[in-house]
Ligand binder design. Structure first.
Ligand code: PDD
Length: 276
């Protein structure tokens, strides 16, 4: 298994973490997860651009251009002969004696590796359950930061209750999932939280919004409440790995008739066509 360390392709066993890497000590870095379908990056450009945007928001200068990174990621996929899976990539502010302020001579550390991940077809067909949880995260959720404790605590709560996802809310307003964006459909209109500082503007989210006009589904990028979530005709969450994942139960409350809804299925079909 070959990984990418800065601009070097090395064996996974030959890599190690420096104990004073700021990613390791502070979560001082940003990351991306990119889907690979049939050996090709899906919406690779959007993910790479978002990585550069996240880096800029934390004043981290990346030691390569978008084109150089794209080329190396393609080489990485090829070297690992990956057909269906993901690339995980992250960049930290690098290694320096531990202090909170940024090091003056910091050198970013970039790593990327691939992993086989199947499309979650059974779950997408049957739907999953979700819980709701308080969104206790910070106010810069637009940055795809390595600091994920708020997300992890929520996901763990969902997992321990046998649920797929935790749907987060701030004072009753739904923001996003612990590792996904959240959508409801009510009276043939799709609602999702606007792309503000309170959510990550998912690439899958953008793809869904792009596909809606083609199937005649009206879109409102407007936030909705927990009550509206419970009363929705359809609910789904979306991410790079989960794609479009119907939610058939939120907490103890069934969504619609406890089956993936018609609009959700239509979006899944359209999405599937767009990845082929
Ligand atoms: N998570 N919101 C949060 C908090 C996320 O962590 C993610 C993705 C998304 C969806 O973004 P996208 O469609 O670009 O994948 C929204 C990734 C997959 C992860 O951390 O594994």
């Amino acid at each position: 298994n070959t990984i990418l360390l800065n601009d070097q392709f090395i064996d996974r066993e030959q890599s190690s973490v420096n104990i004073e890497d700021r990613g390791y000590q502070f979560g001082d870095g940003v990351y991306e997860v990119i889907r690979i379908y049939s050996g090709k990056m899906f919406t690779g450009k959007e993910h790479i651009t978002r990585l550069f945007e996240s880096a800029e928001k934390i004043q981290l200068t990346l030691p390569f251009t978008e084109d150089e990174l794209t080329e190396n990621l393609y080489k990485l996929v090829e070297k690992n002969k990956l057909d269906t899976g993901i690339i995980y990539l992250q960049v930290t502010r690098g290694v320096s004696p531990r202090q909170h302020q940024f090091p003056l001579d910091g050198k970013a550390v970039f790593t990327a590796y691939t992993k086989e991940v199947a499309r979650p077809e059974a779950q997408m067909n049957e739907g999953v359950t979700a819980i709701v949880a308080d969104d206790v995260r910070w106010l810069r959720c637009d940055i795809k930061s390595l600091n994920l404790l708020g997300n992890l605590l929520a996901k763990q709560e969902a997992f321990s209750q046998g649920s797929f996802e935790a749907i987060l809310h701030r004072d009753g307003t739904v923001t996003e999932g612990s590792s996904s964006n959240v959508f409801i459909i009510k009276n043939n209109t799709l609602y999702t939280h606007p792309a503000t500082n309170l959510i990550l503007n998912g690439i899958t989210r953008r793809e869904i919004l792009r596909l809606c006009p083609g199937i005649g589904l009206e879109v409102k990028e407007e936030s909705f409440t927990l009550d509206e979530l419970y009363e929705a005709d359809e609910v789904f969450v979306a991410s790079t790995t989960a794609e479009i994942m119907p939610v058939i139960k939120v907490g103890a409350k069934a969504v619609g008739s406890s089956k993936p809804g018609e609009w959700s299925k239509k979006l899944q079909e359209t999405f599937k066509a767009s990845i082929q």
